[in-house]
Design a protein around this ligand. Structure first.
Ligand SMILES: Nc1ncnc2c1ncn2[C@@H]1O[C@H](COP(=O)(O)OP(=O)(O)OP(=O)(O)O)[C@@H](O)[C@H]1O
Length: 504
């Protein structure tokens, strides 16, 4: 039997799925063959997550059929049968932090001894054996909350394999990893692939697709557009398939820096976070400053202390001469700070409220007076953002929970912009956003700087940092380098890793 004749690991044919008037999938499908690492790409709202829900049995399709290894998928409610076929490792953990790693691995399938008692020693041993079998080096007795993102992903993969599944879906697995974490994940994917595990890999980072995947499937507007070996679809063709148009993503990113005598608007003086990271810097009218660094650099802690999400241990922040009250987001908002936080699920949005309610939440003054809200004004503001940020939604009243992940991120951006901020702090602003929308979001930064505001971009994404006038690089809780626009990628990456290429 040739490779092509072998039944695919998974095949989804003619899948249709609607949510009310929204068509999420329109006779779409995918075929994934044994041993390949298969990428699924598409713009925000193209239908990727909906397909994943259908492939993992979390949602039933309206039409079409799914089969695994040539056999029809299990009935909808039979979770155990689905788990034996497929698992998805999501960006959001499905691990329970309060339980140990061992308990998480064998949750609800404890090996019970006489009298129905859980045999803890046996359970821990099985957990250790399981992780050892897949070369995952993690202490099974520690609480799962102590795991890093990377370890958590490995534990979730091992758990999936222990149910018998040899087909694993990774949903934007690199989104929360730094450079070294990503290479370790890729090493593991390659090793598992050699052991016969098949992956479906979802990512908005196209270079990752070329690095780790063999085959790519593109969805656009709820439809399957193309499936091809990655070697046969270059970057331009891939983006064209995703967007339906010939686009050049390059573009001239150089802008002249603000004049040296531009007024200083933001001063961060000796800011120290609870964990001991620190930063001091100033920013001028119209300046875009990057704050970069790897996983343990402390950049996120500094950003949280700066905007009041966490209480700093010391130092002060002033915006246009006004000192922000420590640890107070309301005070930061009142002083004209706009924020796109790192965790949009916890700090970003109220899912059940509409786009309009979410984007105007922090600016009651703009949508009414004396406590009376003008729905028309609110909708007008939301309409503006839906157009400017290219949010894929039928209108301003759609609840944010109905939007795809990338479109939710754009709503968070809209909310940060709604107050016409003097200082806009963007933490990993393009996480989960498709290549084209990334341009739109970063283009918005240009408009904000054009109005004289200061923008702080906290990220380790080179595309985010490229639009900055200068980038402050943090390593182990300190700013160690300042790099002016025009840096070379290698130099910035080396600086973030704590290596100085000029001196080696
Ligand atoms: N529960 C739901 N209710 C209503 N509409 C939904 C629901 N889930 C998804 N949709 C809609 O279905 C479409 C496809 O969404 P999906 O989440 O599958 O996109 P995606 O390709 O995963 O996008 P992203 O890259 O942003 O994660 C979108 O228009 C979305 O708004």
């Amino acid at each position: 039997m040739t490779y092509e004749e072998m039944a695919p690991v998974v095949e989804a044919v003619d899948i249709g799925k609607r949510f009310g008037s929204t068509v999420a999938l329109d006779r779409a499908g995918i075929t994934v063959r044994a041993g390949e690492t298969h990428a699924l790409v598409g713009r925000n709202g193209a239908g990727k997550s909906t397909l994943v829900d259908i492939l993992t049995g979390l949602q039933a399709p309206d039409t079409g059929r799914v089969s695994f290894g040539g056999r029809a998928a299990p009935p909808p409610g039979d979770r155990d049968a689905w788990r034996r076929q497929v698992a998805c490792v999501y960006q959001k953990s499905t691990i329970i932090g309060a339980l140990t790693v061992a308990e998480n691995l064998f949750l609800n399938r404890h090996d019970r001894g006489a009298g129905g008692l859980i045999r803890w020693r046996a359970l821990r041993r099985s957990a250790r054996e399981l992780l050892a079998a897949w070369s995952v080096d993690v202490d099974v007795d520690q609480p799962a909350s102590a795991l890093t993102v990377e370890q958590r992903q490995f534990v979730e993969i091992a758990r999936a394999l222990s149910f018998g599944a040899r087909f694993i879906i990774l949903d934007e697995p690199t989104a929360q990893l730094d450079g070294t974490g990503i290479s370790r994940l890729f090493d593991r994917i390659r090793a598992l692939r050699a052991q016969g595990v098949t992956f479906l890999f979802i990512s908005h980072h196209l270079q990752e697709i070329y690095e780790i995947c063999d085959v790519v499937t593109v969805f656009r507007d709820a439809r399957h557009i193309v499936t091809a070996p990655v070697a046969e679809l270059d970057r331009a063709a891939l983006v064209a398939a995703m967007t339906g148009e010939d686009v050049s993503l390059a573009g001239d990113t150089y802008r002249p820096p603000p004049p040296a005598d531009a007024a200083v608007r933001v001063v961060v003086r000796d800011l120290v976070t609870a964990s001991g990271a620190g930063a001091s810097f100033e920013a001028r009218t119209g300046e875009v400053v990057g704050l970069a660094g790897g996983g343990s650099s402390g950049k996120f802690e500094v950003a949280e202390a700066l905007v009041g999400l966490a209480k700093p241990a010391g130092g002060k922040v002033t915006v246009d001469g006004r000192t922000l009250r420590r640890g107070s987001v309301p005070d930061a908002l009142a002083a004209g700070v706009g924020l796109v936080p790192q965790d949009r699920h916890r700090q970003g949005l109220v899912p059940l409220l509409s786009i309009a309610e979410n984007v105007t939440m922090t600016v009651p003054g703009r949508i009414g007076r004396h406590g009376l809200i003008s729905p028309a004004r609110r909708d007008a503001i939301a309409h503006g953002f839906i157009t400017d940020l290219a949010i894929k939604a039928s209108g301003p009243h759609v609840p944010v929970s109905d939007l795809s992940g990338g479109n939710q991120q754009k709503v968070v951006m809209g909310r940060a912009l709604a107050g016409d901020p003097k200082l806009l702090v963007l933490v990993t602003p393009t996480a989960g956003v498709d290549v084209r929308s990334k341009q739109t979001l970063l283009g918005v930064v240009d408009q904000v700087r054009g109005r004289g505001s200061v923008v702080l971009i906290v990220s380790d994404e080179l595309d985010d940092l490229r639009i900055c006038d200068r980038v402050l690089v943090m390593v182990q809780g300190r700013i160690v380098r300042e790099m002016q626009a025009g840096w070379r990628d290698n130099d910035l990456v080396a600086a973030m890793e704590g290596v100085d290429l000029d001196h080696v």
